[in-house]
Structures are given as structure tokens and as C-alpha cells.
Ligand binder design. Structure first.
Ligand code: C2E
Ligand code: CA
Ligand code: CA
Length: 750
């Protein structure tokens, strides 16, 4: 109960009230048990009194009416019928109880439908006919009162309605019975013979108890919930009922004192009291019903809130997939159940697939979180379709997981490939087709050497990312070491940024095709790790990007490049080639790379038109980056699109971007020399770029045939090992002094 309470309190406006209703329910079964037990007991006492001729049992006082044995019998039957659920007994008892109720109803129907002969019939039917006859002979009235019969009948029907799952109607019947009894009570109080004369005190007590039992048989429903709640509406309902009851009792008392007093214009009979009773009770119950409706509404809110909370605990709010916790729970249940099965190479065991979208951040940056969310929902939908019956979870951000309790490694790999393929279909963002790739890490219990499946899948996924994403990788134990190394490198990179000398730049000439003049040099990062030696730039750049170090690293490299450019400028004023600087999209997202660069140039009195910013296509996915690059163009910088042809933006975007050149990716050139179709595409792209006034640079040219093709296609410049490898600034100096690369052969350049 308490656990529910803290949750419910979070509900706006209604919270605390709903909670208290739940607390009040607890006493329902007790009230029911006591009510039914008292009723049964009273009825039995009366019957026993008849059996042993003990008059006080059926007649409290000589001037008050007596309880007819037939009435007592019906009370006992109804009382027994109402008991079982309160006693939590079994099926047999339940049937017997229902039988008792039905029997009571039949007896009562006989009484109310055959009024005159019925009464006599009843006298004859009871086993106490003699006592009854004696009572009559003594001039005392002893009939089964019609009011009592109706009250009991209402209770019988109320119980039947409860069986039929009509709790509210059942309570209405119980309340009506109570209303009838209440009239009798006021009748007693006002000494109105016409009322108290019809119901004996024992009948009143027995029937009243039964009515209470029936009311509390379904306290979770209808107006009883409102009445029993310690909520605001509950309190109001109780106060109302209490007040009207007190008022009626007071009226009865007033009447009994003043009814015959001279000068007071009160009707001389009890009719007024009866009508008042009827009207006020009806009004009270009507108000209680209204309050009930409100309580009902609260309950609906409570139900909704509970379901919602249940859902948020187990389901991801955005995608409706399982949450991380829920998946962990499933996994631990699965690992407990799947121990020791299978054999051979096709062993079935648990597998965990971790799916991470590559470059998802650019979507959020470019289109806003709402579009990002839409994309995640769509990605979730596709993954669910791929996964079939296997549970799919969203672990957070753009990370998903599929868990297979029993599968072979081959099946898990197939599932991973299917997931990648499903996500490779372009997403629709604001009418634009947007391509995303995903990296998948697969951990199969057979192959994970006891490692935690989640951790193993995570390690494998990172390997997939390191390999460039858009692939799935199966976990192997050494990957864990690799991952640890990765994390170590991350720490070491922090150090390298602080120290001098570990990070440096090498420079690779960009050569004009027609005269082999050096147009530019590209600055390429190098990291000489004190223990591990040189670390590949792809690798540490990615580490910097994923660990939030890219802005710092980028600034450090820009400083080195600008300082170098200043040194060359001082050496050979006015005749230096362009300096190409690689800039990662993270530097646009997390920093203001253009302003940083402008500041640096100002410090060294260099002009922006000697610099070219190299960015990849993914940078253009973000709106702020495009604006920053437009500003860079206005300031005089050149902007080159790097690795063109491997990204996901389309040619149609080229005209809209603030570019001065495109660098065709190496894979492009390699393919073009191998296939005529690709060569045609290569040529077409070059022409298109020229039409847009862009300088076309071919990257990674290693062989003479490649160079020939490039010349044939009309590219403006090339960069590659064929002419020069990236080199230290001292080595480059020789080249710069010459100004052109001539017919150098790769062996000379090493
Ligand atoms: P990138 O910008 O495409 O740089 C060109 C890469 O191709 C360089 O690799 C270069 O050494 C290599 N390359 C040049 N000619 C040839 C060739 O004929 N054949 C082959 N196979 N490769 C050739 P590197 O230096 O290892 O850099 C790799 C990547 O790391 C770069 O690709 C760039 O994306 C990134 N990177 C390097 N330095 C920086 C930097 O300062 N900032 C940023 N953000 N990224 C950098
Ligand atoms: Ca580059
Ligand atoms: Ca490139």
C-alpha cells in the first residue's frame, strides 16, 4: 500500500485523495463479516427463543412488536448467505450460501406477493405455530411486517446483483433497505405506532446488520468507496450522511415532544416525518451518488496512473520498447533457465545484440530533437520487426539491444545483419531521405568466455564503430582488452594535449594536374604515444570525438598548423601554398571553430584566404555548422568537402553548400580504375563540380593508371603517395623551395 501511495502522490491535483481511498478499503471485509455475523446471530437467537419459549428473545419489551419466526428465519438465511466471502471459504460453501440467499428470496416473495393468505400460510408453516397462536390469543400482534419483508427482500436482491457484478446497484439496494429501517427508527423515536409497529427491534437490528454487511461486501465500488474514503469527497459524503441522520433523529424527537402541544401547527400524524425522511434520505443519497461519480473519476485516474507508471518502469516512454532494467531482468531470468543445453558447433545459447546508430547526433543537431525522436521511433519499429519474438530494448539515446534467450551464433549474426539492413533504408525527415548506418555488437554465450553478455556486446559494438561503423562484430575475448586499451588511450590523449611534442602535424602536398605545382598542403595529425608509438589518426580522432576532446585537440592542431604557416610565410613571403586543415563536425557542434581560427590568424597576422577548411559531408547535416561555414567563406576561407562519395548526402546538395572544392575519396578512384561504369560516374561528378565552380581534387592517388584516369576525367589536382606522402615540415621545405613536384617516383619520396 505504501509503495502505491508515493507513486500516486505524483498525480497532479488528485493524487493524495486517491491514495487515501485505497487505505480505507482495508476495513471493508471486516465490516462485512461483523454485519453478517450479527445478523445471523440475532436471527438465531430469536429462533432459539421461540424454541425454548423465551419471550425476551423475540420481544424486547411488552409494548414493542415481536419478531415473527418467519422473519428470523429469513434473516438467518440471508446472514449465512452473506458470510462466506468474508470467511474466504471454498466453492462448496459458496454454493450453499447462494442457495440460502435464493431460499430467503423465495420465502420473502411469498410473503409480499400473497399478503393476506400469505401471512396465515407463514404462521402455519413455521415450526413455532403454537407459540405464534398463543401470542395472538394473548392479544399481541405477531405478523411478519411488510416493511421488514421488503427491507430483507431488497438485501436478497442486492446480494444477487453483487453476484451479477453489479456492485453499484447492489449498494443502492442495501442503502434503500437501510432507508426503510431508518423510517422505523424515527418512528420509534417519535413514538409513532404506525411505523414502529411494523418492525420489531430484533428485526431492526438483524436487518440493519445485514444491510451493513451488503454495503461493505463491495467497498471498492460505487458510493461505498466514496463513503469509506479518507479523501475529501469521502469526508464530505460521511458528513452529509451523518448530518442528515442526526437531523432526522432530532426531528423525531422534537415531534414526539411537541406533536400534541397546543398552538404548534404540526400535522398530528407521522406522515410529515415519513415524507421528510424519504425526501432527506433520497437527497442525501443523491448527493452521495454525485460524490461517488467524482470518486469514480479519481479511481480511473489512479488506474491510469498505475498503468502508466507500470509502463514507464518496464517500457521506454518514447519507443515503447523495453527499458534497460527490464532487459537485464529478462537476461538474468534467461541465463538461469538456459544453463546446460545443446552440443556441437550449432549450440543454442543466449545472445545479446547491441545496436548503435552511427552519427545519430548529427540528426539531432541538424533537425532538432523532435525529428531525432521521430527517427528513433521509426528505428525502434524496424528493429522490432526484425527481431520478431525476441525482446527489443532501448538502452538509452540511440542504443538498442535485442536479446535471444536461445539461438545459434549463425542465427545471431543473421539477426545482426538484418538489423543493419533494416536501418540502412533511408529515413524520411521533413520530406528528405536521410541515410543512417548502425554498428552492431554481438555477444553469444558460446563465444564470450563467461564475460557479461551486455559488456561483451558493448565491446564488440565499439570495435564495429572503430572499424568505421555500418557493420556487425561478434565478440571475442581479446576485444575486451582492446576496449580497455581504448579507454586508456582516451586518458593518455588528455595527457598528450597537455604535454608538448606528442602531437604534431605532417603535411602532404596537393598537386595541380596540369603543371605539378604544389597548390596546397594538407595538415594531417600525428600522435607519438610514449609507450605505444604512433597511433593512427583515424583512431585517436575518433576517440577524441567520442570522448568530448575534439575541440581541444582541434585547437591544439590548428595552433601547430597556423604557427607552421606563419613560419613558411616568414621564409618565403607571398609564395606559400594553401594550408588545408581538417575540421571534425564535433568542432562545430561543441565549439566555434571559425572564431578560434580567426583569432589564431590574427595573432600571427595571417590572412584567411591562405587557409582551406576540410570538412566531411556529415558536417553539412547540422544547420549551425552550415552557417559557420558560410561565415568562414565570407571571411575569405576556402572550404573543401573531404571524402566526397562515401558520405550520405547527395549530389543535389552540392550547389547549396558554401564550398570552394571537393576532394573525391580514394575508394572512388580505386573503383573507377576497375570499372568503366564507375569511371563514367567519376567523370560526371567532376563535370558537375566544375559547373558549380568547384576545384576537384582526387585523393589517394597511388598508381600511374589512376593518375591517367584522373587526367582524362579533368580533375584539377591530386593528392597521393604517387607524388608525396605526408611528411615532417623539415622534409616538406625542400619541396616547397622547388615549388613543384616534377616526375618524382614513390620510392624517392619515402
Ligand atoms: P583524410 O582527411 O581523408 O586524409 C587523407 C588520408 O589519406 C591521410 O591519412 C593520408 O595519409 C592518406 N593518404 C594520402 N595519400 C594516400 C594514398 O595515396 N594512398 C593511401 N592509401 N592513403 C593516402 P591519415 O593521415 O592517416 O589520416 C586519416 C584521417 O584522419 C584523415 O583522412 C582525416 O579524416 C583524419 N585526420 C587526420 N588529421 C586530422 C586533423 O588534424 N583533424 C581532423 N579532424 N581529422 C584528421
Ligand atoms: Ca582531409
Ligand atoms: Ca579525405
Amino acid at each position: 500500500m505504501e509503495r502505491v501511495s508515493t507513486r500516486i502522490l505524483k498525480l497532479p491535483r488528485f493524487g493524495a485523495e486517491v491514495l487515501s481511498i485505497d487505505r480505507a478499503f482495508k476495513s471493508g471485509p471486516l465490516f462485512r463479516l461483523v454485519g453478517a455475523a450479527v445478523g445471523t446471530l440475532v436471527g438465531m437467537l430469536v429462533l432459539a427463543g421461540y424454541a425454548v419459549h423465551f419471550e425476551p428473545a423475540w420481544r424486547l419489551r411488552p409494548d414493542l412488536p415481536a419478531t415473527h419466526p418467519y422473519t428470523a428465519l429469513c434473516i438467518v438465511l440471508l446472514g449465512l448467505g452473506l458470510l462466506p466471502r468474508a470467511l474466504r471459504s471454498g466453492m462448496g460453501w459458496r454454493r450453499a450460501a447462494r442457495g440460502a440467499i435464493v431460499l430467503a428470496i423465495v420465502l420473502l416473495l411469498i410473503r409480499v406477493t400473497v399478503p393476506l393468505s400469505g401471512a396465515r400460510l407463514l404462521d402455519a408453516m413455521t415450526p413455532f405455530a403454537k407459540t405464534v397462536a398463543a401470542e395472538r390469543a394473548a392479544g399481541k400482534t405477531l405478523t411478519m411486517g411488510i416493511a421488514a419483508s421488503w427491507a430483507l427482500l431488497l438485501l436478497g436482491f442486492g446480494e444477487v446483483l453483487r453476484w451479477a457484478r453489479r456492485p453499484v446497484l447492489s449498494q443502492v439496494f442495501a442503502a434503500s433497505a437501510l432507508g426503510l429501517l431508518f423510517m422505523a427508527v424515527t418512528g420509534y423515536l417519535a413514538s409513532l405506532r404506525s411505523f414502529h409497529g411494523t418492525i420489531a427491534p430484533a428485526t431492526l437490528l438483524g436487518t440493519g446488520s445485514l444491510a451493513v454487511a451488503l454495503l461493505f461486501a463491495t467497498p471498492r465500488h460505487g458510493f461505498m468507496r466514496a463513503l469509506t474514503a479518507s479523501s475529501a469527497p469521502g469526508r464530505l459524503a460521511r458528513v452529509l450522511l451523518g448530518c442528515s441522520t442526526a437531523f432526522m433523529l432530532a426531528m423525531g424527537w422534537v415531534m414526539s415532544r411537541r406533536i400534541d402541544a397546543p398552538g404548534i401547527p404540526l400535522p398530528a400524524d407521522g406522515a410529515l416525518l415519513v415524507y421528510q425522511t424519504a425526501i432527506i434520505l433520497a437527497l442525501t443519497w443523491a448527493i452521495v451518488t454525485v460524490i461517488t461519480m467524482r470518486a469514480d473519476q479519481l479511481d480511473r485516474y489512479r488506474g491510469l496512473a498505475e498503468r502508466l507508471l507500470e509502463r514507464t518502469a518496464t517500457r521506454d516512454a518514447l519507443t515503447g520498447l523495453l527499458t534497460r532494467n527490464q532487459l537485464t531482468r529478462l537476461r538474468s531470468a534467461g541465463s538461469a533457465g538456459s544453463a546446460g543445453n545443446g552440443g556441437g558447433s550449432q549450440r543454442q545459447a543466449a545472445a545479446n545484440l547491441l545496436i548503435d546508430l552511427d552519427r545519430f547526433r548529427t540528426v539531432n543537431e541538424a533537425f532538432g530533437p523532435a525529428e531525432g525522436d521521430r527517427l528513433l521511433v521509426e528505428a525502434a519499429r524496424r528493429l522490432r520487426r526484425v527481431a520478431g519474438d525476441q525482446p527489443v530494448a532501448r538502452l538509452g539515446g540511440d542504443e538498442f539491444a535485442i536479446y535471444c534467450a536461445r539461438t545459434t551464433l549463425a542465427e545471431a549474426e543473421r539477426l545482426g545483419a538484418a538489423a543493419i539492413q533494416a536501418l540502412a533504408t533511408p529515413f524520411d525527415i521533413r520530406g528528405r531521405r536521410f541515410r543512417l548506418t548502425a554498428s552492431v555488437g554481438i555477444a553469444h554465450a558460446e563465444r564470450s568466455a563467461g564475460a557479461d553478455l551486455q559488456q561483451a556486446a558493448d565491446d564488440a559494438m565499439h570495435v564495429a564503430k572503430d572499424l568505421g561503423g555500418s557493420r556487425s562484430v561478434v565478440f571475442a575475448p581479446e576485444m575486451h582488452e582492446m576496449r580497455k586499451l581504448q579507454i586508456e588511450l582516451e586518458q593518455d590523449l588528455h595527457e598528450a594535449l597537455r604535454r608538448e611534442g606528442e602531437l604534431s602535424l605532417h603535411y602532404q602536398p596537393v598537386v595541380r594536374v596540369k603543371d605539378h605545382q604544389i597548390l596546397a598542403v594538407e595538415a594531417l595529425a600525428r600522435w607519438e604515444h610514449p609507450r605505444l608509438g604512433p597511433i593512427a589518426p583515424d583512431r585517436f580522432i575518433r576517440i577524441a570525438e567520442t570522448s568530448g576532446l575534439m575541440v581541444a585537440l582541434g585547437n591544439k592542431l590548428m595552433q601547430i598548423a597556423v604557427r607552421q604557416a606563419a613560419a613558411w610565410e616568414a621564409d618565403r613571403p607571398g609564395s606559400c601554398p594553401l594550408m588545408n586543415i581538417n575540421v571534425s563536425s564535433a568542432q562545430f557542434v561543441d565549439g566555434d571553430v571559425v572564431s578560434d581560427l580567426v583569432d589564431l590568424l590574427r595573432q600571427h597576422s595571417l590572412s584567411p584566404d591562405r587557409f582551406c577548411i576540410e570538412i566531411t559531408e556529415s558536417v553539412f547535416a547540422t544547420e549551425p555548422a552550415v552557417r559557420a561555414l558560410e561565415r568562414a567563406r565570407r571571411l575569405g576561407f576556402r572550404v573543401a568537402m573531404d571524402d566526397f562519395g562515401v558520405g550520405y548526402s547527395t549530389l543535389s546538395q552540392l550547389p547549396r553548400l558554401p564550398l570552394t572544392s571537393v576532394k573525391l575519396d580514394r575508394s572512388f578512384i580505386v573503383n573507377a580504375t576497375e570499372s568503366e561504369g564507375d569511371a563514367a560516374i567519376f567523370g560526371a561528378i567532376t563535370q558537375l563540380a566544375h559547373a558549380l565552380d568547384l576545384v576537384v581534387i582526387a585523393e589517394g592517388v597511388e598508381t600511374k593508371p589512376q593518375l591517367d584516369l584522373i587526367v582524362a576525367c579533368g580533375c584539377d589536382a591530386v593528392q597521393g603517395y604517387l607524388f608525396a606522402r605526408p611528411m615532417r615540415p623539415e622534409a616538406l621545405k625542400v619541396w616547397l623551395e622547388r615549388g613543384y613536384v616534377g616526375d618524382a617516383s614513390p620510392s624517392q619520396l619515402a
